[in-house]
Design a protein around this ligand. Structure first.
Ligand code: KG4
Ligand code: ZN
Length: 401
């Protein structure tokens, strides 16, 4: 994730016209329902399992979702703040938390309504506890505590990275309403196969790039992580360097479509002998190339730069994930987090035949609350219950959950 720096923040905070500060009226709240659609309801069964209400506010998405038995999406609502932050070229923490406050209750109401459930039919409330922006996390946490206190529901604090992992357990087809208004699961659309352990997990998001060995549910061994920029952060920063929009990942992907991935020979930091990553050298190489190009050209070959950068990131991520999977005897590979939405990365992962690969549907790669509810279900089943004295953990590593 690229965060707005101090100087940029001062510039906005000291701006004299109040109207220039992002107003976050209702028109700015764009709720999307990433996983929905209509399907026939023949051969169905009623929805009866344990339902978890998930709440996610760790960064710049305000999200709520109801999941049944960890895998079935009954509702999944995301209010993205991306337009609000785009003008700053990164996430503006102060703006993010204010917007979460405005959006959190409507989005939870919407998630319950879409699932056709009241709080009385929910089994527990799961909320992202960290890692993330402190001011943003607090909004979700306090809301979840309020719900737990008011309704008597059990409360669960969820690690955001663990939630990303569990997005691969979610099924992308929602249940349907019958003519009588009952929620039904379509038996003809069975849930996709569950990832099998031991799993080699690659988490690539705006804030993290981690290689993890998952030996069973909720059981993680951290093998390596980025030493500097996260993969998504590199996408965001490089997009900015070559004059593409925010967020950088989708912008680089789009620009790459018309570019040559071999146009520029950018470095690959293999860091032999370790399972760590490093993307800052690659970022600096792009910066140098951009400066050299700007000395002689009026416009940058953005497509070639984007494609060459993307190819360098994808090659290292895929190469290290497969090497680690072989080294640790993994049965399968799971890739999750915002960068796993990248089509070049998905293509490269699926192109090989060495390991079955699980990647969440694109709509579930970036931040959402369905994944929080899914992880919440497995935690709830394992007996986790958190108290109302639970606080957010903005720097909570997966190895300490
Ligand atoms: O997981 P996420 O939504 O938030 C964090 O937990 O950080 O990840 C956001 C990151 C951003 O850096 C964004 O640029 C990147 O994921 N991203 C992508 C794509 N879509 C989102 N990166 C590459 N290709 C994409 N299609
Ligand atoms: Zn995330």
């Amino acid at each position: 994730m690229r965060m707005v720096n101090g100087a940029e923040m001062d510039q906005v905070m000291n701006h004299k016209e109040p109207s220039s500060f992002p107003s976050a009226g209702k028109s700015q709240v764009q709720v999307t329902h990433p996983v929905s659609g209509t399907r026939p309801v023949s051969g169905t069964r009623p929805v009866t399992g344990t339902r978890i209400l998930g709440i996610e506010t760790s960064c710049d998405e305000t999200a709520a979702s109801v999941i049944e038995d960890g895998r079935l999406i009954l509702s999944n609502c995301v209010a993205s703040q991306v337009e609000l932050h785009a003008r700053f070229g990164g996430v503006f923490p102060e703006v993010a938390s204010r917007q979460h406050i405005r959006t959190i209750l409507p989005i939870i109401e919407e998630a319950l309504q879409q699932a056709h459930l009241s709080l009385g039919e929910i089994g527990a409330v799961a909320v992202t506890r960290g890692p993330g922006l402190p001011g943003s996390l607090v909004v979700g946490m306090n809301t979840a505590k309020g719900i737990a206190l008011g309704s008597g529901l059990p409360l669960l604090g969820i690690n955001h990275l663990e939630a990303h992992i569990y997005s691969a357990w979610l099924a992308a087809h929602p249940p349907q309403l019958t003519a009588a208004g009952d929620m039904q699961v379509n038996e003809r659309q069975p849930l996709p196969p569950e990832p099998r352990f031991p799993l080699l997990v690659l988490i690539v998001s705006g804030g993290h790039s981690e290689l993890v060995l998952m030996k069973g549910h909720l059981d993680y061994e951290r093998l390596g992580a980025t030493l500097d920029d996260a993969a998504g952060e590199a996408f965001d920063k490089v997009a900015r360097l070559i004059g593409l929009g925010y967020p950088g990942g989708p912008a680089i992907q789009e620009a790459s479509a018309g570019g040559d991935p071999r146009a520029f020979k950018f470095p690959r930091a293999w860091l032999e002998g370790s399972w760590d990553f490093s993307f800052s050298g690659l970022k600096t190489a792009v910066l140098r190339e951009v400066r050299d190009l700007q000395r002689v050209h009026d416009t940058l070959p953005a497509a070639d730069l984007a494609a060459s950068f993307q190819a360098a990131v994808v090659e290292v991520l895929v190469g290290k994930a497969f090497k680690a999977a072989s080294a640790f005897g993994a049965a399968e590979i799971l890739v999750a987090g915002g960068v796993s939405a990248n089509m070049a990365l998905r293509g490269a992962l699926h192109a090989q035949a060495d390991f079955p690969v699980h990647i969440p549907p694109i709509a579930l790669c970036t931040d959402n609350a369905a994944m929080v509810a899914s992880a919440g279900y497995y935690r709830f089943s394992a007996g986790q219950r958190d108290g109302l004295d639970m606080d957010v953990l903005p720097n909570w590593p997966l190895s300490e959950v």
